[in-house]
Design a protein around this ligand. Structure first.
Ligand code: UGA
Length: 426
């Protein structure tokens, strides 16, 4: 099939490379020339495990371009993967997605064949219907005869996105038009994943409910963890114990400084905001966000006690800046919140991360950026572990206080723990 993908973020690029590997011809559209050039050179425009290799393998099947109209004209199926950023309080911006729909509408004025459009971006229930109206108003054409829409949420994790593309737990296709459902199935042919057909709004909500549930599991185990800490109990052992119940499952029960990234904080806030706007007070979602906001402070309180409240002028090693391991992404990273708090207290920070330092240097140019983790440890009075990078397991912490906010040394690695070690919830 000839497929266009709009948006060369991590969803769009992984989708393009994955669909190309399944045998399709892909035109990938973005507004940034630098990204387009990189992809055309057969390289990934950002770091994602395994993506460079996959793109160079399928480079003959992907063409990147700045020209959206030509991409629509030359393909039959379009996946929209542009960002839907949200403000802190949860309001979600849909102007990028709507601008793309406007362009599609204009292109359809001159296209005879039926065009199939799939929304992959995370959008609140009702948004795809707004997109349908835009395309219809601009082109004067009708759904489902001239064009059609489906909603196909993505569940890829950053850092594991390539693996996740080829191993999807399920493919959700929201639409009532059998033809587009058939086209989307054809696009994914070759993957061994069950397919769930739903209505548009159901597909949109499945994505939010999925992320909200996972975020709830994390805030739940963090709350249990905060209670465990009062009883001197290792939460990781408790998580292992409850995770063996098949009704609960072992995943997303790692306690720590809370969830970050571009998805959980944004999506839970957007769902809570929209629910409130609709007249429903989302008490559980608000509690999930509140627990998450407080969690980094728990680690700072432990540190405060260790240093008898004397943080000013202390040398503190910050190991880990990205919101999780295997990515250079620092969006909503709890590590950055901790850095801000410590700067307010006038601490001297010695910072190290194996992949995310360049981003953070732009935000905080005056921190001391260490050449490696050991140098940061050696220059400091106390060490904070804020991303679960495996290399942090094998360092010489000497007799420094080490506070672990991310399960670097979990219940299976107690024998590796440094001498003066304490965990946030264990
Ligand atoms: C998340 C979802 O897992 C994906 O299914 C979804 O497609 C994606 O959001 C999205 O909406 O685009 P991602 O944000 O890449 O993926 O990362 P996760 O691995 O889910 O981790 C999110 C945050 O939760 C990280 O800060 C991680 O450290 C934290 N976390 C995760 C915990 O604190 N404890 C856990 O047990 C698991």
């Amino acid at each position: 099939m000839k497929i266009s993908v709009v948006g060369a973020g991590y969803v769009g690029v992984v989708l393009s490379a994955g669909l190309a590997k399944l045998g399709h011809e892909i035109i990938l559209v973005d507004i940034e020339e630098e990204k387009v050039n990189k992809i055309n050179e057969g390289k990934a425009p950002f770091y994602e495990k395994g993506l460079d290799e996959l793109i160079s393998e399928v480079k003959d099947k992907i063409k990147a371009t700045l020209n959206l109209k030509d991409a629509i004209k030359d393909t039959e199926l379009t996946f929209i993967c542009v960002g839907t950023p949200s403000r802190k309080e949860g309001y979600m911006h849909t102007e990028y997605i709507k601008a793309v729909c406007m362009e599609i509408g204009l292109t359809l004025l001159r296209k005879q064949e039926k065009h199939y459009i799939v929304i992959k971006s995370t959008v609140l229930p009702g948004t795809t219907e707004e997109c349908i109206k835009i395309v219809s108003d601009v082109s004067g054409k009708k759904m489902p005869n001239d064009f059609s829409f489906a909603m196909n949420p993505e569940f890829l994790r950053e850092g594991n996105a390539v693996h996740d593309f080829f191993n999807q737990d399920r493919i959700v296709i929201g639409s009532t038009d059998k033809e587009i459902i058939g086209k989307v199935k054809q696009a994914y042919q070759g993957l061994d994943s069950p397919i769930l057909e739903t209505k548009l709004r159901e597909a949109e909500m499945i994505k939010y409910a999925n992320n909200a549930f996972l975020a709830t599991k994390i805030s739940f185990i963090n709350e249990i963890g905060n209670i465990c800490k009062k009883f001197d109990i290792d939460t990781n052992v408790v998580a292992k114990g409850i995770g063996m119940d098949f009704r609960i499952g072992p995943h997303f029960l790692r306690s720590g400084i809370g969830f970050g990234g571009s998805c959980f904080p944004k999506d839970v806030s957007a769902l809570a905001y929209k629910a409130t706007e609709k007249g429903y007070a989302p008490r559980l979602l608000n509690a999930v966000l509140e627990i998450n906001r407080d969690q980094p402070m728990k680690l700072l309180n432990i540190m405060d006690n260790k240093l008898n409240g004397k943080i000013k002028g202390k040398n503190i090693a910050i190991l880990g800046l990205s919101f999780k391991a295997d990515t250079d992404d620092t969006r909503e990273s709890p590590s950055l919140q901790i850095i801000k708090e410590l700067l307010l207290e006038q601490a001297n920070l010695h910072v190290y991360d194996p992949s995310a330092m360049e981003h953070v240097k732009k935000l905080f140019p005056h921190l001391t950026y260490s050449a490696n983790a050991q140098e940061a440890i050696d220059s400091s009075d106390i060490v904070l572990l804020l991303t679960e990078w495996p290399e942090f397991e094998n360092l010489d912490y000497k007799d420094k206080h080490v506070l672990d906010g991310k399960n670097v040394f979990d219940a299976d690695k107690t024998h590796l723990r440094p001498k003066n070690y304490e965990g946030i919830c264990w």
